[in-house]
Structures are given as C-alpha cells and as structure tokens.
Design a protein. Structure first.
Length: 406
C-alpha cells in the first residue's frame, strides 16, 4: 500500500522551514516540495500537521491544504496505475505538478525559474546561497542591459554579454566559471521539465571558464613546525592547531572535522570512519601516529571546531608563529586581467590547506593515487592531479629514485 507523510526540511530551525511530502510505493520513495513553510514550534510531529493553536491562527486552512495535497498525490498515483503507465518518481512529480497547476509550467524566465528551483529544492543551505548569488547577478544583468531572460534567449550572444558583464564587475575567472556552471544547472532543469527545447547552453563555446587555482600546501616539515609550537598557555589556540593537524593527516573537509566525534574512531584506535557531508559517502582513514597522540590528549574526543572565518584567522597567526614565511607568488585573473602578487606563506593558510596538504604529501610519499582518492572523494585522476600542489622540484625529487632514472 502506498503511504504519504509530511516532514520538515529543518526540524530544529528557529525560523520557517519548508515542508516536504514523502510518498512511498512499491519500495520507491518520492520527495516532493509542498512549497509551504512553517515554524517548527507550530508543527505537530506525531500528526504531521500544524498545531491547532491560537498562536498559529491559520492552522485550519494550512492543514486543509496538506490534506488536499495528500489526496491529490493518491489520486494521481491511482490514475497513472489505471492508465497502465510505468510509474517513476519523476513522472509522478510531473503529473502532480499538472494537477496543482504549478508555476513551473508557466514561467519562461530563467531567473524566475531558477529562484523557484532554489526555493523548493532540498539542496544544502550553502549550495542554495551559491545558486542565489547567480540568480541575483542574472537579475542585475537583465535590468542593466534591459534584456529578456526567456529560455530561448540563453544563447551564445547572451553568454558573451554575460561574461563581459561579470568581468566588468571585477569577478575572478574561476568565480565567473561557477556562475556559468549554475546557469547550466538551471537550464538542465528546464529542459528536463520540458519547459524549453533550447540546447545552445550545451555548445562547446558555452563553457564554464576556469584557470588552475594557485593554492598552497604545507610540507610535512612545516606541519611539524606548527605542531611543535608551544601553546600550553593558550588552550583555545592549541585546540585549533590540533584540529588543523588532524585535518593535515586525514584529508577531511572542515565540515567533517567539525562533526568528528569519538564514535567515528574504531576500538583499536587505528581508523576513522565517517560519512562525509558534501558527498554523503563513507570514508575510512588510517590514523597516523601524531593524530593518535592528539586524540589521546583529548581522551579520543576530538576538539570542537569554531567558525570557519575565525579558524582561518587563528591559523594565519599560528603559521606566523611557526615561521611559515616563505615568499609565494600567486597569479590570478580578475576583471579580465592577470595579476601576480607576493605573499608570505602563512598569510595563505586556511582550513582547506589541511586537506590539500594531506593529498599532496600522501602523493609525494608514493601512496597510490587511487587510495588517496578513496579518502578525498575525487572521481577522476585528472581532477585529483589538478588538486594536488607539487612544484617542479618536488616532482624531480619524487622521481629521483625511480628505476627509469637509475
């Protein structure tokens, strides 16, 4: 028997959060946005409806709407069965869209459609924020140029004009590439929903521009210098340093370091097992000796992370104290012009430096590439080799003992 439930996207939120309808049939799960939002304090978890309270005066109409949605999806499901249609989650969603006469089938404006996608999807908050910036720029472009953003207008002329618009706003080349990628995401959604047949955005010229980013990594000697800094009089900074070093030898992202707990460590204390937030994949990482020392110091309960921004500030202070002050040249394209600047290395240290250092140092120590990728989550060796940072000298040192050069 099919079943219908309603869940909150963020049940612990203190603000209004989206309500999703979950429909299950024959072992298949369909997640559908109701488009409705409610503050969790007014939600009855047991009844899966709004609480009948004067504090939420519209509960009667609100619950009637949810009841109607439940009836509509059940009727839609039965109609498709009666028509002998091969049922898929996407077909059920499209059929329900038609029954509800949703705006997705009416709008032909890319920015409006993109906003609908962001508002009704269950993407992560950080992803929605990034997509939202692209939507804001699309609307700015539309108003500044008095241009239509009809799906059919997303062609090579639009591409060239939008790129120029972003260059004039002084965006970096890779940032512009991200905006173009997001436009492709929105257009793919529109094509999948049969809102447009325009496929110009798939033309090889309609590409996401990019350049190899020049990010640093720390050598094992530099990591050791940071690890050996005496912070006995500053316990807070000591915890930040220790968490960063764990990252240097596990390759975990900041988001995963933040939620690392003792239950992620096996009984023997030899491995970390964690489901990563970004890719939702389980990774298992051997624990290096210095990581064991750090975890032991905290009774195998890793120190908690602070905010990303604050941690980056403290890491720069740590790097300066450890005298990580090698001069580093960074070249990047911004506003259409290449710009080269010189930095002391400690000024470039961020939480992400730990993950990049792990991948690069493991590679230089001849850990098989495929084994490193199992931990970092890179899908192709090509992308992995772009990610790691080795100089020509590092490469030569790595090859010096290779049989070919003997």
């Amino acid at each position: 028997m099919p079943s219908t439930t309603f869940i909150l996207k963020e049940p612990k939120s203190i603000e209004n959060t989206l309500i999703f309808l979950i429909f299950r049939f024959n072992g298949v799960k369909v997640k559908y946005s109701t488009g409705q939002k409610i503050n969790p304090k007014f939600w009855n978890l047991e009844k899966q409806r709004a609480k009948e309270t004067r504090q939420f005066a519209e509960y009667l109409e609100f619950n009637s709407l949810l009841n109607k949605l439940e009836t509509d999806i059940n009727n839609t499901y039965r109609k498709l069965l009666n028509d002998n249609v091969s049922l898929t989650p996407e077909l059920l969603k499209q059929s329900l869209d038609k029954v509800l006469d949703k705006d997705t089938g009416k709008t032909k404006d890319l920015a409006s459609f993109a906003q609908y996608i962001v508002d009704t999807s269950d993407r992560k908050r950080s992803t929605k924020k990034q997509l939202g910036q692209s939507i804001r720029l699309l609307n700015e472009f539309k108003n500044a140029k008095n241009k239509s953003l009809h799906f059919n207008s997303i062609d090579l002329d639009f591409y060239d004009e939008f790129i120029d618009f972003l260059i004039n706003k002084n965006y970096a080349k890779n940032t512009i590439g991200t905006f173009i990628k997001n436009i492709k995401v929105f257009m793919n959604e529109a094509v999948d929903r049969k809102l447009t047949a325009n496929l110009t955005y798939r033309n090889r010229r309609f590409r996401a521009v990019e350049e190899i980013s020049e990010s640093i990594y720390l050598t094992e000697l530099e990591i050791a210098k940071i690890y050996q800094v005496d912070l006995s009089k500053d316990k807070r900074l000591e915890k930040i340093r220790d968490l960063f070093v764990i990252g240097c030898y596990t390759g975990l992202r900041f988001s995963d370091l933040s939620k690392l707990r003792n239950e992620n460590i096996n009984e023997a204390g030899t491995q970390i097992k964690i489901r990563t937030q970004k890719t939702d994949e389980v990774v298992i990482i051997p624990i290096k000796q210095c990581v064991k020392e750090i975890l032991s110091k905290y009774n195998w309960i890793p120190p908690r992370a602070i905010s990303h921004q604050k941690m980056n500030e403290y890491l720069k202070d740590l790097g300066e104290t450890a005298e990580i002050n090698e001069a580093v040249l960074i070249t990047a394209t911004k506003g259409g012009l290449k710009e080269t600047r010189v930095f002391q290395k400690f000024k470039l240290i961020t939480t992400h430096t730990a993950r990049r250092s792990f991948a690069t140092n493991a590679f230089l120590n001849n850990v098989p590439t495929i084994s490193i990728m199992k931990i970092t989550g890179h899908k192709t060796e090509k992308n992995f080799l772009k990610y790691i940072k080795i100089s020509q000298e590092d490469n030569a040192n790595k090859l010096v003992d290779h049989p070919f050069f003997k």
